[in-house]
Design a protein. Structure first.
Length: 306
């Protein structure tokens, strides 16, 4: 248990909160920023003395129940809750399941990258949002199932575009699915996907048993696109840690034939938009009203919004 670090983390988390954020009235002028210790203790249903000792690095090691209550009282994100548990010397509890909605600011970022193919995937490699260029680059045929890159990679579901680097990508996929299985042991959707992959792919079973460890990062691949032809592309991954999601950005070297090919596909997306292709203007959230379309042309796959 890292007492001093835990105490500092609790103080910082408390001081950043405003009373209105936790349903408390603003009250009179406060001498210190954020919530009072007694307010956090009341929200967490623990004694003020006990919480004060935690903030002063004097308290005993808190139980998982207390940590969960304090994390809820301080409105911690999933990543912050995991950090809280680790500081207290406990194992973070598993999450309820992979987050399969896209945040509005992430969807808006995809829209601001018109000549970059951008895809948001959840912890199961399900596509939760992609921009028009990504749809043209990858193709929207996923074999009638929910759009999922793991299923396409190992089961060939609706495969429309051939690419190099498939072996490396297979190991990356399995490593991420293994992490997801550890984090979300009660996620029925993930369990069903893993069962489907094990039943349908000997390659998946072999890589799974090898326990690959791959961190997201930069890689290159060449795809044979049915319209644009061979494209040599760079793939870079940005993390959305609070939702355990990845934003994959696919680009080409400036001035290269591949860059010209991407630009031609981008022009095709604009032509489709001008022709009345319904991309909608949803809010980018996870509600039912915005499942098919996100911010400014960023679409959630119709069969894959889960």
């Amino acid at each position: 248990m890292a007492r001093q670090e835990l105490a500092r983390f609790l103080r910082r988390s408390r001081e950043r909160l405003r009373p209105q954020e936790v349903g408390l009235p603003p009250g009179t002028l406060r001498r210190v920023p954020g919530l009072r210790r007694e307010e956090v203790a009341e929200l967490a249903h623990i004694s003020v003395d006990y919480y004060t000792r935690l903030e002063q690095a004097r308290g005993p090691r808190p139980s998982d129940r207390v940590l969960d209550a304090v994390g809820h009282a301080l409105r911690l994100t999933p990543a912050e809750r995991s950090h809280l548990f680790r500081l207290a010397g406990s194992t973070p509890p598993p999450g309820p399941g992979a987050v399969c909605r896209v945040r509005p600011h992430v969807a808006a970022m995809l829209h601001r990258l018109p000549e970059t193919a951008a895809i948001v995937t959840d912890a199961t490699y399900g596509i939760v949002a992609w921009n028009p260029l990504a749809r043209l680059l990858l193709g929207e045929d996923f074999g009638g199932g929910a759009p999922n890159l793991a299923r396409r990679r190992f089961l060939g579901a609706g495969r429309a575009v051939r690419s190099s680097g498939a072996e490396q990508f297979g190991h990356i996929v399995v490593a991420r699915l293994r992490r997801a299985a550890d984090r979300y042991p009660h996620d029925a959707r993930l369990a069903a996907l893993l069962a489907e992959l094990r039943a349908g792919s000997e390659e998946f079973r072999h890589i799974w048993e090898a326990r690959p460890v791959h961190a997201p990062g930069h890689r290159t691949k060449t795809i044979d696109h049915p319209v644009a032809g061979p494209l040599r592309l760079a793939c870079d991954v940005l993390l959305v840690p609070e939702d355990d999601q990845e934003v994959v950005l696919v680009t080409a070297d400036p001035g290269s034939p591949s860059a010209r090919g991407l630009r031609a596909l981008h022009r095709a997306t604009r032509t489709a938009d001008d022709g009345g292709d319904d991309h909608g203007g949803g809010d980018g959230g996870g509600g039912d009203g915005g499942r098919r379309a996100g911010v400014g042309g960023v679409r959630r796959p119709a069969s894959g919004a889960r």
